[in-house]
Design a protein around this ligand. Sequence first.
Ligand code: C2E
Ligand code: MG
Ligand code: MG
Ligand code: MG
Length: 288
Amino acid sequence: AVKDDGHQSIMFFDEALEKEASARRQLESDLRRAVRDNEFELYYQPILNIGSNRVAGFEALLRWRHPERGIVSPDAFIPAAEAIGLIVPLGEWVLHEACRAAAQWPVAVTVAVNLSPVQFESQDIYKVVVGALEKAGLPASRLEVEITESALLEAKEADAALHKLKEIGVAIALDDFGTGYASLAYLRRLPFKKLKIDKSFVRDMRASAESENIVRTVLELARRLDLTTVAEGVETEEHLAALREAGCMQAQGYLTGRPMPGSDVGAFLLNRSLRPSAPSSTAMEGAS
Ligand code: C2E
Ligand code: MG
Ligand code: MG
Ligand code: MG
């Protein structure tokens, strides 16, 4: 009986693996079709200057409009797109589309685009970025690129490309700060302009003294290194108040605006820019 059970669980294990592999193959072939048929769309999430309560820019966030599954979020497909190299054409499309959209906005705020490490490995990302800017007629100073720490571990080519991008005026942001490793070495080596504090720290700021201390320490570090600070995952007025008090410069999260379709950005910007002073900015009026 013991032997049979063992045999059976091995069968189940095989079946589970086979199921997983087949789901993976399905996802990959769906992705290839999606790139071919252009099933992707960019959403844009506002980033606010905490001091003035004005929109500093938007982060472009990729969405997949799957014919059967509906809108699929990037965490569910970017790893697969990276594994089969599809992130390269897809990431190029994102750059072109984000620059094209930003060039049409009624207010000249920045657009931030996430880059995958694979994009640094298999193409000259500098050339791709310059091509997207030129085609859209967007000044380099309106583009930011976001990379995570893990992105840089593998990609040696990243250093040169990032320095060249900085030279022409593209801002480089270190995304999800605090969740990776070797952060301090990267801060010294690479030409970052911005540091985005990961939402996990922001979420726990009030409840945990440890998280609050981490956020304050990161903000102090950024101040000394002359980096712009952005807090991610700002969901409540309480988060925003704590961040303002701690001296964080910018905020991004459901409180300040959910990611929205490109067609809503123009109205959002006009509405925000015409409003003389929103209530939550009064405490800081004159301080920025
Ligand atoms: P990220 O760059 O850190 O983007 C922020 C993520 O936090 C977004 O998830 C956003 O929708 C979510 N978010 C914003 N505000 C809040 C909040 O208040 N609370 C919570 N809980 N979440 C919030 P999203 O859009 O699902 O994207 C997930 C990740 O996928 C991104 O994280 C980024 O790493 C990656 N990604 C998105 N678009 C692209 C892309 O075009 N290219 C590449 N390579 N990666 C992308
Ligand atoms: Mg990002
Ligand atoms: Mg992030
Ligand atoms: Mg992230």
